[in-house]
Design a protein around this ligand. Sequence first.
Ligand code: BG6
Length: 504
Amino acid sequence: MIVAPCESVPQQKPQPCIMTLFGATGDLTRRKLIPALFSLHTQDLLPEPFIIVAYARKQKDNDIFRTEMLEAINEFADIGAVPMDKWRSFASNTYYHQAELGDADGYHSLRTLLAELNKRYGVCGNHLYYLATPPDYFSTIIKNLRDSGLTHAEPPNSGWNRIMIEKPFGRDLGSAHELNELLKTAFQENDIFRVDHYLGKETVQNILVMRFANHLFELLWNHLYIDHIQITVAETLGMEGRGAYFDKAGICRDIIQNHALQILTLIAMEPPISLNPNHIRDEKVKVLRSIRPFRKDELSENTVRAQYVSDGTNPGYSQEPGVHAGSQSETYASLRFYVDNWRWSGVPFYVRAGKRLPSRVTEVSIQLKAAPDVLFARMDCMNIHPNRIVFRIQPNEGVEIYVSAKEPEMGMSVKPVRMRFDYSEEFGRAIPDAYERLILNAMQGDTSLFARDDEVEEAWKLLQPVLEGWSESNTPPCNYRIGEWGPANSDALLAKDGRRWWNR
Ligand code: BG6
């Protein structure tokens, strides 16, 4: 496949703004947010001026915080040696604000600080708040921002107030709805940016381009030609110190409700009438509404949940720090979805996600129906497989198409071969980190890559019977050994339909 690189559309710089980071001493800030912001700064993509206010409760001052952030950049930013002139200009616009997250005074003093910074730098009241704290603090922060007047534009400034809020967005339908209602008391929907970092990945965005900029795929994209679709989000890592958080969530909340369903909707959606964020999100919501609801009494036929156990060397899930004794939280899940609309009638979407699997791979595999077997398939020594289109989300980002081809020899022997488009080979540069794109889009007020309120709630609504059914069940999750592709039941989920997982 040939994808010709073209001139990229120049990025317009966002308007000057101040970004207040809640959870500024946390892992996400260190590993992702500060490295992403600094990388944007080195590419001259940040607004001018741009100021960071780091809000956290630990005692430290500007200098200590800046030094820690430089360490984080050295460790996690994918930019080679840190250009020190760039670092100095970045650091001098970064301020540490020490206060408790639940303390109203902390927000009043934040307001004073923001007013001062606005005046000093001429930012015109544009404020972006980033909630990178554990989810238990989201409501407290939103209420305090609202009650201290930090979410309203005030004369003489007529700037915007936007909020980026990390996942998990709620832990079920009720809590997600409550959070949405609370957000509405402080912000307009267009100023709310619910982060699902998968939407910031180039390869996830590429699904839309591949589908709607090419006739090749769209003509096949329906139940007449597609046999089934597999979505895999596999990780080799286990808890990595996140046991306490994960134990309250499980993989269905952690990955399937957001990342996997986002991918599913992009694969299944109808062409939007334009690239306007709301037109795209309208189509995604329609997909979620078309998915056949799960019934609690049929969960064993349509879902599998499991926990990893030790491989003899590494600890199993139940031995991970932070995991409570007898925990039933699943570290692996597979589900069979049906999108009951005209296009997808009868096509199963098999979705699986798991920790401690044999390889790290996120991909979508679209298996076409077999070609009519009137010619080659009837001959011996023909190895004909139905075509398969694979979107490699990560790693080795690209698109692969599996077709049958004649082997070069005198006889007639057919073999499956792979055509491949590889991002790094084709474009010769590193793929930007998802957070860079997301932060920039939020500063520009572009909500396309963020989940809308109804989208998040539809996704919860869909999974609610699954989560309830599992927690009410007397049958514990089944087991798989670290390094296996999930439990045997998950293979059986496809085998009973005459299919199998494509493992890497
Ligand atoms: C996060 C989950 O949202 O995504 C983690 O909370 C998971 O459990 C991570 O490890 C995976 O992200 P990526 O970008 O490494 O695939």
